[in-house]
Design a protein around this ligand. Structure first.
Ligand SMILES: *[C@@H]1O[C@H](CO)[C@@H](O)[C@H](O)[C@H]1NC(C)=O
Ligand SMILES: *[C@@H]1O[C@H](CO)[C@@H](O)[C@H](O)[C@H]1NC(C)=O
Ligand SMILES: *[C@@H]1O[C@H](CO)[C@@H](O)[C@H](O)[C@H]1NC(C)=O
Ligand SMILES: *[C@@H]1O[C@H](CO)[C@@H](O)[C@H](O)[C@H]1NC(C)=O
Ligand SMILES: [Fe+2]
Length: 468
């Protein structure tokens, strides 16, 4: 109720500020300088102990939330590929064994990279796990999601473009206070590509240690961004996504994808589709064919919430990266409307933005209106590229504010999506400095499939306008 009130005042505010267009926030954040955390800083320290596992991170390991992939790196020697786990701390009844690889990148040689699948887990259960490394094992925990279910509540955190500055650390610390159960990470991880030669690998390692404070406990659902491409002819490193691919596996096989860069997972009441902006996606490519089939596999009776993640936003009203998502919009937007995607999260632009429900699918090169128009079947597009990386903030807005833009602010921050049941989800965007859930930007998302089904007449129209 309180939320609806706040939302209503936000809508009023919109009208006062800018006619039908949205709000451009005048908030100016006091940011720390956008410099990377020094390698000898405690925040990214190598854990103590000979060959201690470092850069521990987990991600979903299957299509429905009963498996987890645990990844870690040992620096000195291969160590064990084993994870021991169980239902109480220090008592591990199960053991899983994974695999190990290492690689070289120019004159950098990685540590021993381990990936281990823990499967057949029980839903809704806290597991404790120990990453074995002989002399210096380390202990963590994770919580499995509730079973796939129509009304399963769940809380996602959304972070993008994190990098490894003091602003990045602040994003992680504030995000942790909001109790997200899983992080949807919308691409651009380490920004190690801003270094050269040996330091590229070194900065992938330091990022892994920075993210561990969250990623060892909450699964991160990975999306690849442009900073993962790392096409470096000057070093003879010309295979895209190499550092990323060795370190951050995804369960792409379990959704029939032939490539780790695009895939889908189901978790609680959500069906999450991950797309790759920087892989071929036009008609007849593997990504296009896979997505066409994946949309057909979505069952809103099991997973009412349909969420799409990508790196470059399709709707962006900043000068930074303006229209870079346009080619993907042309190819996929009509599907997003046809399959009634609830929300699309992207990153890339180092700022925050939320759209109204709009589409631009009537336009084609020979006729039709070329402007985005209100469309009740369209998703809400949200850009959360404001994790805090070295590039600093995108502060230059397009004026006049385009009609598709509901709210924009050039600050560092992160979001939460709290699914309540099949019809309602609460969405917040938080500035870094806001540890609590303050209504910097928030809305009630009504499910695009179920909300229309369960109500009709005036009430429905009114509500839809409100959540536009
Ligand atoms: C690691 O453990 C092995 C076996 O327990 C022991 O022999 C070795 O000395 C230890 N190494 C270090 C550096 O602690
Ligand atoms: C890696 O190569 C660069 C450029 O050739 C060189 O400056 C650097 O010293 C090398 N580093 C190591 C650790 O080999
Ligand atoms: C192009 O747009 C016009 C107007 O919206 C529409 O009538 C026509 O069917 C479209 N053509 C194609 C090939 O999509
Ligand atoms: C769904 O959640 C919303 C928000 O918490 C609540 O108002 C609504 O009554 C719930 N609907 C059902 C069917 O439980
Ligand atoms: Fe990017």
């Amino acid at each position: 109720m309180l939320v609806e009130l706040l939302l209503f005042s936000l809508v009023l505010l919109n009208c006062i500020c800018n006619g039908n267009a949205g709000v451009t926030s005048a908030f100016v954040r006091n940011e720390w300088p956008s410099v990377d955390i020094a390698l000898d800083d405690q925040a990214i320290a190598v854990p103590k102990g000979y060959n201690a596992p470092q850069q521990v991170h987990i991600t979903q390991g299957d299509n429905d939330g009963k498996a987890v992939i645990v990844s870690w790196i040992t620096a000195d020697e291969p160590g064990s590929n084993k994870v021991r786990y169980g239902l109480s701390d220090g008592k591990y009844h199960f053991t899983a064994e994974g695999s190990m690889q290492k690689y070289t990148f120019y004159n950098y040689t990685s540590g021993y990279i381990h990936h281990c699948l823990l499967d057949g887990l029980q839903y809704d259960t806290k597991y404790y796990y120990e990453v074995e490394a002989g002399n210096s094992s380390r202990r963590f925990w994770f919580q499995t999601p509730p079973p796939i279910d129509l009304d399963a509540p769940y809380r996602f955190g959304i972070i993008g473009d994190l990098g490894q500055t003091y602003n990045s650390l602040s994003t992680l610390e504030h995000s942790a206070q909001l109790g997200a159960e899983t992080i949807l990470y919308v691409g651009d991880l380490s920004y190690a590509d801003r270094y050269k030669y040996h330091d590229v690998g070194v900065r992938w390692d330091s990022w892994g240690r920075l993210a561990e404070r969250s990623a060892a406990y909450q699964p991160w659902i990975w999306v690849a961004g442009n900073h993962e491409i790392e096409y470096f002819p000057y070093m003879g490193e010309v295979i895209p996504f190499r550092n990323y691919a060795y370190r951050y596996p995804t369960p792409h096989h379990t959704s029939g994808s032939n490539n780790p860069l695009w895939y889908a997972v189901r978790r609680a009441s959500a069906h999450i589709i991950v797309l790759s902006t920087y892989s071929p996606f036009v008609k007849y490519t593997p990504q296009w064919s896979w997505l066409q089939e994946e949309f057909e596999r979505v069952d809103r009776v099991k997973t009412p919430w349909l969420i799409v993640l990508m790196h470059a936003p399709m709707y962006n009203s900043y000068n930074s990266h303006f229209m870079e998502g346009e080619s993907m919009r042309v190819v996929f937007e009509s599907w997003f409307c046809r399959y009634k995607v609830d929300v699309v999260f992207a990153g890339h632009v180092h700022a925050y933005e939320r759209s109204y429900r709009v589409s631009n699918i009537k336009y084609n090169v020979s006729s039709g209106s070329s402007y985005a128009a209100p469309d009740k079947s369209a998703p809400v597009y949200i850009t959360v590229g404001d994790g805090g990386n070295k590039g600093g903030l995108a502060t230059s807005f397009k004026y006049p504010q385009p009609n598709y833009c509901a709210f924009r602010e050039a600050s560092y921050g992160h979001s939460t999506l709290e699914i309540k049941n099949r019809t309602h989800a609460l969405y917040h965007w938080n500035r870094n400095d806001d540890g609590k859930r303050v209504p910097t930007d928030q809305m009630v998302l009504h499910n695009q499939y179920w909300w229309c089904r369960r109500s009709n007449g005036r009430r429905r129209t009114k509500r839809n306008n409100q959540s536009k």
